[in-house]
Design a protein around this ligand. Structure first.
Ligand code: PBG
Ligand code: ZN
Length: 321
């Protein structure tokens, strides 16, 4: 008989044969920064997550450093929105000021800046619109401007999440031309049109005012196409590729990890977070066990980097062990 249980007899044996580990350095913590003063707004659909004004991010940064987290993904919520998303590429916009503030306070914390127009446009779409149509090439220009403006503010990594075609190459060229050859690009490569983003859209005030995102984000039914998206972004110059959401798309993470040696990020999105939170608040599941199980599943599938709202909790639990 093959006795598989011999390798499970005690923790020392189990840890000796353990194949995957989660490290604090794998984790990226998303933060929402809202225009205004003295604001710390709870996001109702995301227990434990808040919108902070710049003058209040300090307390969040303290917790991040204390937990030993090395990277944040920043999202801005401007006071003013318009058709063109002007605040996205205003050097004095809320997100640019936030990036400058974070890099001044904690220079060693990696700042990953999300690049997309949906938080900044009055219509809530990720690109410019003409009637009901979301324009591709016209949007690239603005994404390039936003990327340069965030790199200028000090962002270490630019993370385009808009899903316009050709944006990685366009952004890479714009960064290079403006003297930011060393600013990396983490591309949201295989980003699916997902129902799991709803809590985020509350948090970031970014729900589209008409239609949906299905003409630019991917069809959840498609795995092969996800590989093509990743290959295209690599060819265009991405340094890190991302699969998003994570849990319902671990097959995509696995497939992509077998086909490329580029670092892969998995984005454990808002709806995935909120489901775990809701079930654990009801006493139906053990939050710590389920979160750690979900995160190790992403590593097992082949992700190196995990973007998660659980990052602070997970880091604290890792400390205990
Ligand atoms: C903006 C953006 C979204 C998310 C990250 N960047 C929302 C969307 O595309 O509608 C989702 C993150 C999450 O749900 O946690 N394009
Ligand atoms: Zn968007």
């Amino acid at each position: 008989m093959v006795r598989m249980r011999r390798l499970r007899v005690n923790e020392a044996m189990r840890s000796m044969v353990r194949e995957n580990y989660l490290n604090k350095s794998d984790l990226v913590y998303p933060i929402f920064i809202i225009e205004g003063e003295n604001i710390k707004n709870p996001v109702d659909s995301m227990p434990g997550i808040f919108q902070y004004s710049i003058d209040r991010i300090g307390e969040e940064l303290d917790r991040i450093i204390e937990a030993g987290i090395g990277a944040v993904l920043v999202f801005g919520i401007p006071a003013h929105k318009d058709e063109m998303g002007s605040e996205a590429y205003n050097d004095e916009g809320v997100i640019q000021r936030a990036v400058r503030y974070i890099k001044e306070e904690v220079p060693d914390l990696l700042v990953i800046a999300d690049v997309c127009l949906c938080e900044y446009t009055s219509h809530g779409h990720c690109g410019l619109i003409h009637g009901q149509e979301i324009l591709n090439d016209e949007t690239l220009e603005l994404l390039g401007k936003m990327s340069v403006s965030l790199a200028k503010a000090g962002a270490d990594i630019i993370a385009p999440s808009d899903m316009m075609d050709g944006r990685v190459e366009f952004i890479r060229n714009a960064l290079d031309r403006n003297g930011f050859k060393n600013t990396a690009i983490m591309a949201y490569s295989a980003k699916f049109a997902s129902g799991y983003y709803s809590p985020f859209r509350d948090a970031a005030h970014s729900a589209p005012s008409f239609g949906d995102r299905k003409t630019y984000q991917m069809d959840p039914a498609n795995g092969k196409e996800a590989v093509r998206e990743c290959e295209a972004d690599i060819a265009e110059g991405a340094d890190i590729i991302m699969v998003k959401p994570a849990l319902a798309y671990l097959d995509v993470v696995k497939e992509v990890s077998e086909r490329t040696d580029y670092p892969i990020a998995a984005y454990n999105v808002s709806g995935e977070y909120s489901m775990v939170k809701a079930a654990s608040q009801n006493g139906w599941i053990d939050e710590k066990r389920v979160v750690m199980e979900n995160l190790i599943a992403m590593k097992r599938a082949g992700a190196k980097i995990i973007i998660t709202y659980h990052a602070l909790d997970a880091a604290a639990w890792m400390q205990e062990e």
